[in-house]
Design a protein around this ligand. Structure first.
Ligand SMILES: [Mg+2]
Length: 219
C-alpha cells in the first residue's frame, strides 16, 4: 500500500573518509580562545591575585592560592557568565582558522566549558563572530572540566587532527588514533608524551596543510 522510499546507497568507507578528510577536532579554551587571559582579569576584579609564576600552574586553586573547592567554584561561575560571549581569540588563531576554513576545512569544537545553555549560546555566537559563520560544523559542550574520553571515542580511527592544550586530553586522542597536537602554554611545558607541541596556529596550519612530515611521532 505504501511504496517503500528509495534506499539511499550506502557510502563506502573510503567515500566516508573522503567526506571527512577536512575535518579538524579542536578544544576551545587555550586553543581557539584566550580563556586564561580573560579569567585572570576577572579574578583580579574579584580580588584574587595570581601567585608568582602562577602561569606555570594549571590548577586554578593552586594558581591563586585558594582552597580546591573555591577554585573549581570560581571557574564554574566564570564559565557560566556572560563574559563567555566576549573571550578574545588565542594568539594568531583568528587568521589561520579562517584560512583553513577558506580551504574547505570544517571544525568540531569539543569543550568542557559548562552545561549552562545560555553561556553555550554566547560562546557559540562569539566563536562564529571571530572565526566565521560557516567554520564550525558542530559544537559539543561538556560539563566544566569534564573528561573527553566518551566524545573522542566516537571519532576512533578517523585519523583526524585533535588540537588541545591539556596533555591528558591529547593523550586520550592518541589512544583513539587521532593526530593530537598540544598548543604550548607555560602550564603544559612539563608534558613529555607522544603528541607534538605547537606554539601557535601558524604551526598548526603548516602541519595540516603540508608539513606533516615534520612530525613522525604518530606513526
Ligand atoms: Mg583547553
Amino acid at each position: 500500500m505504501y511504496g517503500s522510499a528509495p534506499r539511499r546507497p550506502r557510502l563506502l568507507r573510503k567515500e566516508k573518509n573522503n567526506m571527512n578528510e577536512k575535518l579538524i577536532l579542536t578544544d576551545c579554551d587555550g586553543v581557539l580562545l584566550n580563556w586564561e587571559y580573560a579569567f585572570n582579569i576577572w579574578m583580579e576584579g574579584h580580588g584574587h591575585m595570581m601567585v608568582e609564576n602562577g602561569n606555570f600552574i594549571y590548577n586554578v586553586a593552586k594558581r591563586y592560592d585558594l582552597p580546591r573547592e573555591e577554585g573549581s567554584k570560581l571557574v564554574r561561575f566564570f564559565n557560566e557568565s556572560a563574559i563567555q560571549g566576549f573571550l578574545p581569540a588565542l594568539r594568531d588563531a583568528e587568521h589561520y582558522v579562517r584560512l583553513l576554513a577558506n580551504l574547505g576545512y570544517k571544525f568540531h569544537v569539543i569543550t568542557s566549558m559548562t552545561k549552562d545553555i545560555n553561556a553555550q549560546k554566547l560562546r557559540t555566537r562569539n566563536l562564529k563572530k571571530l572565526f566565521g559563520d560557516d567554520t564550525f560544523e558542530k559544537f559539543i559542550f561538556l560539563d566544566t572540566g569534564e573528561d573527553k574520553d566518551g566524545v573522542l571515542s566516537e571519532y576512533e580511527g578517523t585519523n583526524h587532527y585533535w588540537i588541545e592544550d591539556k596533555p591528558t586530553n591529547a593523550e586520550v586522542g592518541l589512544r583513539f588514533g587521532l593526530k593530537s597536537l598540544v598548543i604550548e602554554h607555560a602550564f603544559n611545558l612539563h608534558y613529555e608524551g607522544d603528541a607534538p607541541f605547537v606554539k601557535n596556529w601558524k604551526e598548526i596550519f603548516e602541519t595540516i596543510t603540508g608539513h606533516e612530515e615534520k612530525h613522525t611521532r604518530w606513526t
